[in-house]
Design a protein around this ligand. Structure first.
Ligand code: ADP
Ligand code: MG
Length: 408
């Protein structure tokens, strides 16, 4: 789960991570009020969306105007900046062409920037450790630095059992060319950030840029905080930071129904139990020349209600031209799944071809239920057969549509 910059900074502040004072504002008036609470004379008004590259981004409504991060020299200028952002669509390198609507801004104290660095902390699955990454190339996209100047990214791995020590941070500090008091400030900063990442079960925290001020302070000027979804149950208080408007509505629906769903841009809707089987199903659809519209794992405890929910989410995607159900009945029995499919198909008056492959416990009974349902369900015997049938069904539907067009 991702959160907004201002929320991330608020959390990090509690752990003693150095951030500047700032206030969130939902209206231009609130932005002016927020600026008045800050010392001045420089304020920065920052669009809050779940995407980076805001500074260099442009608003759809004003493509030749300024970006999503603007300086203001008075409360009135802060109000004007907020007015130019709130309710507008910001397009950045990370949002895609559609952009994202800004619903609120963060008004922050201006910073006297000396140097802009990069600092990231993430769980590295390969080493089973936390990796701290740092670079002198702050402010730019770290992916580009990684591609063109990998030597400019410094890495230190921390064994979570032993925890962080001063030498981890010092090693990075010297690599970054920090000196004297800057090194001590950096050490403090990294230790506080590490504690926040562990306590909050973050998957990744990126500070880009991490700034060395002219006075030698180390400050987080940006903060991207992302939590490990599998640990969110331990942090009920973080749930309220979820911004539903930033999520794909189908994915949001899936989260609420406890389904593992990721929207993709293909044409075949998939309903599968088990992540491994779901991956294999997506692969084989590709192999036979089409592409999946989603990843959906209904889980080992799939039942009729979940099957219905899953169908509802899949069919709400206009790109779905056919559905492939691939269920291995273990704990979830095939007859129960078959009943769920029949019920859901009727309730949702399904209009696209549906291919079903069942295997496992009570498979014969499950197949019988589908066959006797009176619905136009296409049965399949194995994974390859199912994939071929669903791809053929999509192509037949496309050819049919083309023929109708030609005839007209
Ligand atoms: P994004 O990464 O989405 O573009 P950032 O928060 O990194 O947004 O801001 C972009 C740039 O704006 C920073 O690299 C920095 O130069 C400048 N900036 C951001 N916040 C401040 C601030 N409080 N004071 C001065 N400059 C800032
Ligand atoms: Mg940034």
């Amino acid at each position: 789960m991702n959160i907004h910059e201002y929320q991330g900074k608020e959390l990090l502040r509690r752990y003693g991570v150095a951030v500047l004072e700032g206030h969130v504002a939902w209206t231009p008036d609130e932005a002016a009020e927020a600026a008045k609470k800050l010392p001045g004379p420089i304020y920065v008004v920052k669009s809050q969306i779940h995407a980076g590259g805001r500074g260099a981004g442009r608003f759809k409504e004003d493509p030749n105007g300024k970006g999503g991060v603007r300086l203001a020299k008075s409360a009135e200028e802060a109000r004007a900046a907020a007015d130019a952002m709130i309710g507008k669509t910001l397009v950045t390198k990370q949002t895609g062409e559609g952009g994202k609507v800004v619903s609120r801004v963060y008004v922050e104290a201006g910073c006297d920037i000396g140097r802009e660095l990069y600092l990231g902390l993430l769980v590295d699955r390969a080493t089973s450790r936390l990796t701290i990454m740092a670079s002198t190339e702050g402010g730019m996209e770290i992916e580009e630095v990684a591609e063109h100047h990998p030597e400019k990214i410094l890495k230190v791995a921390v064994d979570p059992a032993a925890g962080i020590s001063g030498f981890h941070a010092r090693k990075l500090a010297f690599g970054l060319g920090l000196t004297g008091g800057q090194v001590r400030n950096f050490e403090k900063f990294v230790a506080a950030l590490y504690k926040a990442v562990i306590d909050l079960d973050c998957a990744i925290v990126e500070i880009n840029p991490l700034v060395v001020t002219k006075a030698g302070e180390i400050v987080a000027l940006d903060a991207k905080v992302s939590f490990d979804d599998n640990a969110l149950f331990r942090h009920k208080d973080l749930e309220e930071l979820r911004d539903d408007t930033e999520m794909d509505p189908k994915e949001l629906d899936a989260v609420k129904n406890d389904l593992n769903y990721v929207a993709l841009d293909g044409e075949i809707g998939c309903m599968v139990n088990g992540a491994g089987l779901a991956m294999a199903t997506m692969d084989i659809i590709k192999l036979y020349g089409s592409s999946p519209a989603n990843f959906l794992d209904v889980g080992g405890t799939a039942n009729a209600a979940r099957v219905t929910e899953a169908f509802r989410i899949i069919t709400s995607d206009a790109n779905v031209k056919a559905i492939l159900v691939n269920i291995f009945g273990g704990i979830a029995k095939c007859d129960m799944i078959a009943n769920g499919i029949v019920e859901a198909s009727k309730n949702l008056s399904l209009s696209v071809p549906l291919v079903v492959r069942l295997e496992g416990t009570n498979v014969e009974l499950g197949k019988k239920i589908l066959a006797e349902s009176g619905l136009a369900i296409i049965p399949a015997d194995n994974l390859a057969d199912a994939a071929q049938k669903v791809v053929a069904a999509v192509q037949a539907a496309r050819n049919g549509a083309a023929a109708v067009k030609k005839g007209a």
